[in-house]
Design a protein around this ligand. Sequence first.
Ligand SMILES: [Zn+2]
Length: 133
Amino acid sequence: MSKAVRLFDLDKRDYPSERGDTFRSLQVSECWVCGALSNRVVMGGYPGYGVRVVCPNSFECWHHELENKLKWLDKPHPLSYKNELQKEIDEMKKKHQADVKNDLEGNPDMKLKHWVTNTRSFKPGSACKHFLE
Ligand SMILES: [Zn+2]
Protein backbone atom coordinates (compact mmCIF):
# COMPACT_ATOMS: atom_id res chain seq x y z
CA MET A 1 0.00 0.00 0.00
CA SER A 2 1.42 3.38 -0.93
CA LYS A 3 1.21 6.01 1.75
CA ALA A 4 -0.42 9.31 0.99
CA VAL A 5 2.09 11.97 0.06
CA ARG A 6 1.40 15.57 0.87
CA LEU A 7 2.08 17.82 -2.09
CA PHE A 8 2.85 21.48 -1.52
CA ASP A 9 1.82 24.15 -4.00
CA LEU A 10 4.91 26.26 -4.76
CA ASP A 11 2.71 29.14 -5.90
CA LYS A 12 0.98 29.37 -2.51
CA ARG A 13 4.17 29.78 -0.50
CA ASP A 14 2.97 27.82 2.52
CA TYR A 15 5.56 25.07 2.14
CA PRO A 16 8.31 24.12 4.64
CA SER A 17 10.97 26.80 4.35
CA GLU A 18 13.73 26.00 6.83
CA ARG A 19 17.11 25.34 5.27
CA GLY A 20 17.41 21.62 4.62
CA ASP A 21 13.66 20.95 4.56
CA THR A 22 12.56 18.59 1.84
CA PHE A 23 9.06 18.09 0.53
CA ARG A 24 7.12 17.12 -2.59
CA SER A 25 5.59 19.77 -4.77
CA LEU A 26 2.36 19.85 -6.74
CA GLN A 27 4.41 21.22 -9.60
CA VAL A 28 6.60 18.98 -11.73
CA SER A 29 10.12 20.11 -12.58
CA GLU A 30 11.75 18.97 -15.78
CA CYS A 31 15.49 18.72 -16.34
CA TRP A 32 16.60 20.65 -19.42
CA VAL A 33 19.58 18.32 -19.78
CA CYS A 34 18.10 14.83 -19.64
CA GLY A 35 14.35 15.44 -19.53
CA ALA A 36 13.83 13.74 -16.14
CA LEU A 37 10.89 14.82 -14.01
CA SER A 38 11.01 15.42 -10.27
CA ASN A 39 8.80 16.91 -7.60
CA ARG A 40 11.29 16.54 -4.75
CA VAL A 41 12.06 19.99 -3.41
CA VAL A 42 14.96 20.90 -1.11
CA MET A 43 15.19 24.23 0.65
CA GLY A 44 18.73 25.44 0.29
CA GLY A 45 21.25 26.86 -2.11
CA TYR A 46 24.28 29.07 -2.04
CA PRO A 47 24.50 31.90 -2.92
CA GLY A 48 20.86 32.72 -2.63
CA TYR A 49 18.38 30.60 -0.78
CA GLY A 50 15.12 29.07 -1.81
CA VAL A 51 13.38 26.27 -3.59
CA ARG A 52 15.82 23.86 -5.23
CA VAL A 53 14.96 20.89 -7.37
CA VAL A 54 17.94 18.67 -8.18
CA CYS A 55 17.73 16.44 -11.24
CA PRO A 56 17.66 12.82 -10.01
CA ASN A 57 20.31 11.94 -12.62
CA SER A 58 22.57 14.93 -12.00
CA PHE A 59 25.34 12.90 -10.32
CA GLU A 60 25.82 10.73 -13.41
CA CYS A 61 28.94 11.37 -15.44
CA TRP A 62 27.07 11.14 -18.76
CA HIS A 63 24.72 13.84 -17.45
CA HIS A 64 27.66 16.21 -16.91
CA GLU A 65 28.95 15.43 -20.39
CA LEU A 66 25.55 16.04 -21.96
CA GLU A 67 25.16 19.32 -20.08
CA ASN A 68 28.56 20.49 -21.36
CA LYS A 69 27.57 19.69 -24.93
CA LEU A 70 24.22 21.47 -24.62
CA LYS A 71 25.91 24.57 -23.21
CA TRP A 72 28.52 24.45 -25.95
CA LEU A 73 25.76 24.17 -28.55
CA ASP A 74 24.32 27.44 -27.25
CA LYS A 75 27.48 29.31 -28.29
CA PRO A 76 27.82 30.72 -31.80
CA HIS A 77 29.25 28.13 -34.20
CA PRO A 78 29.29 27.58 -37.94
CA LEU A 79 26.08 25.84 -38.98
CA SER A 80 27.79 22.63 -40.11
CA TYR A 81 29.51 22.29 -36.73
CA LYS A 82 26.24 23.01 -34.93
CA ASN A 83 24.52 20.27 -36.89
CA GLU A 84 27.29 17.81 -36.04
CA LEU A 85 27.06 18.70 -32.38
CA GLN A 86 23.28 18.41 -32.38
CA LYS A 87 23.62 14.95 -33.89
CA GLU A 88 26.06 13.94 -31.14
CA ILE A 89 23.65 15.23 -28.51
CA ASP A 90 20.71 13.37 -30.02
CA GLU A 91 22.71 10.15 -30.08
CA MET A 92 23.80 10.63 -26.49
CA LYS A 93 20.23 11.25 -25.36
CA LYS A 94 19.09 8.13 -27.16
CA LYS A 95 21.87 6.07 -25.64
CA HIS A 96 20.99 7.14 -22.10
CA GLN A 97 17.22 7.18 -22.51
CA ALA A 98 16.86 4.07 -20.35
CA ASP A 99 19.12 5.56 -17.63
CA VAL A 100 16.96 8.63 -17.10
CA LYS A 101 15.08 8.17 -13.85
CA ASN A 102 12.20 10.30 -12.69
CA ASP A 103 11.60 11.10 -9.03
CA LEU A 104 7.90 11.70 -8.56
CA GLU A 105 5.73 10.98 -5.55
CA GLY A 106 2.03 11.47 -4.98
CA ASN A 107 -0.05 12.74 -7.88
CA PRO A 108 1.62 15.96 -9.02
CA ASP A 109 -0.07 18.10 -11.64
CA MET A 110 1.82 17.33 -14.85
CA LYS A 111 0.51 20.53 -16.44
CA LEU A 112 2.30 22.70 -13.87
CA LYS A 113 5.80 22.62 -15.33
CA HIS A 114 8.86 24.13 -13.73
CA TRP A 115 12.53 23.57 -14.54
CA VAL A 116 14.91 21.83 -12.18
CA THR A 117 17.28 24.35 -10.58
CA ASN A 118 20.30 22.05 -10.20
CA THR A 119 21.59 19.89 -13.03
CA ARG A 120 24.94 18.98 -11.53
CA SER A 121 25.72 17.05 -8.36
CA PHE A 122 28.32 14.53 -7.28
CA LYS A 123 28.29 11.14 -5.71
CA PRO A 124 30.99 10.77 -3.04
CA GLY A 125 33.65 8.37 -4.24
CA SER A 126 32.72 8.74 -7.89
CA ALA A 127 35.59 8.80 -10.39
CA CYS A 128 33.91 11.65 -12.27
CA LYS A 129 36.25 14.57 -12.96
CA HIS A 130 33.67 17.06 -14.22
CA PHE A 131 33.63 18.96 -10.93
CA LEU A 132 37.23 20.01 -11.59
CA GLU A 133 36.12 22.09 -14.58
ZN1 LIG B 1 18.84 15.61 -15.75
